[in-house]
Design a protein around this ligand. Structure first.
Ligand SMILES: CCC1=C(C)/C(=C/C2=NC(=C\c3[nH]c(/C=C4\NC(=O)[C@H](C)[C@H]4CC)c(C)c3CCC(=O)O)/C(CCC(=O)O)=C2C)NC1=O
Length: 169
C-alpha cells in the first residue's frame, strides 16, 4: 500500500532521479493540505455511524425496491450487509484522504469487488448512488463543522464510483 509520498519516491527511484520541480510541487501541495486532510478524516470519524445511517435511509427512500421482497437488500441480514458495505466505503475513503492516494482503495476495497457483487447479485448502480450520497453528506457536514472540504474529499468517493461503474451495466 502506498501514499502520496511513497508513490512519488518509488517513481523517482525507479528512474534513478532526484526530485525535480514537479515532484517538489507535488510534495509541497501534499504537505500543505496535510492538516486539512487529517481534520476532514477526524470529522468524518466522529460522525461515521450517523453518516452511514443517513445515507442508507436516503438510498432506500430513493430506491425502495431494494428493501422489498426480491430486492438485494431485503431481509435483515442483507440490509445489514449493505450498511456494512457503506461503512467500509466511508472508512476506506478516510484512509485515502489521509494518504493522498487511491492505492489503498485498489488494494483493500476494489480488488475483486465487482466479481463478488456480480456473483451475489448486488446491484452496482445503487451501490454507486450510495457512495455518492455519502460524499454529499460528508461535504455538507464538513462545511457545517467549518472544516473546508477541498477536492481531496471528493476524490476517493469519485474514484470508487468510477472504478465500480467501469465495465458493467
Ligand atoms: C473492506 C472491503 C470489503 C468490501 C467492499 C466487501 C463487500 C462485500 N459485500 C458483500 C455482500 C453484500 N453487499 C450488499 C450490499 C448492497 N445490496 C444492495 O442492494 C445495496 C445496493 C448495497 C448496499 C449499498 C449485500 C446486500 C450483500 C449480501 C448479499 C448476499 O449475501 O446475498 C460481500 C460478500 C460477503 C459478505 O456478505 O460479507 C462482500 C465481500 N467486503 C469487504 O471486505
Amino acid at each position: 500500500m502506498r501514499d502520496a509520498v511513497t508513490s512519488l519516491i518509488k517513481n523517482y527511484d525507479v528512474a534513478g532521479r532526484y526530485f525535480d520541480r514537479n515532484a517538489i510541487d507535488t510534495l509541497k501541495s501534499y504537505f500543505e493540505s496535510g492538516t486539512a486532510r487529517v481534520q476532514a478524516a477526524g470529522a468524518i470519524n466522529a460522525n461515521a455511524a450517523a453518516i452511514v445511517k443517513q445515507a442508507g435511509s436516503q438510498l432506500f427512500d430513493e430506491q425502495p425496491e431494494l428493501i422489498r421482497p426480491g430486492g438485494n437488500a431485503y431481509t435483515t441480514r442483507r440490509y445489514a450487509a449493505c450498511l456494512r458495505d457503506m461503512d467500509y466505503y466511508l472508512r476506506y475513503a478516510t484512509y485515502a484522504i489521509v494518504a493522498g492516494s487511491m492505492d489503498v482503495l485498489d488494494e483493500r476495497v476494489l480488488q475483486g469487488l465487482r466479481e463478488t457483487y456480480n456473483s451475489l447479485g448486488v446491484p452496482i448502480g445503487p451501490t454507486v448512488r450510495g457512495i455518492q450520497i455519502m460524499k454529499d453528506i460528508v461535504k455538507q457536514q464538513l462545511a457545517e463543522a467549518g472544516v473546508g472540504s477541498a477536492s481531496f474529499v471528493d476524490e476517493p468517493f469519485d474514484y470508487m464510483t468510477r472504478e465500480l461503474s467501469e465495465k458493467d451495466i
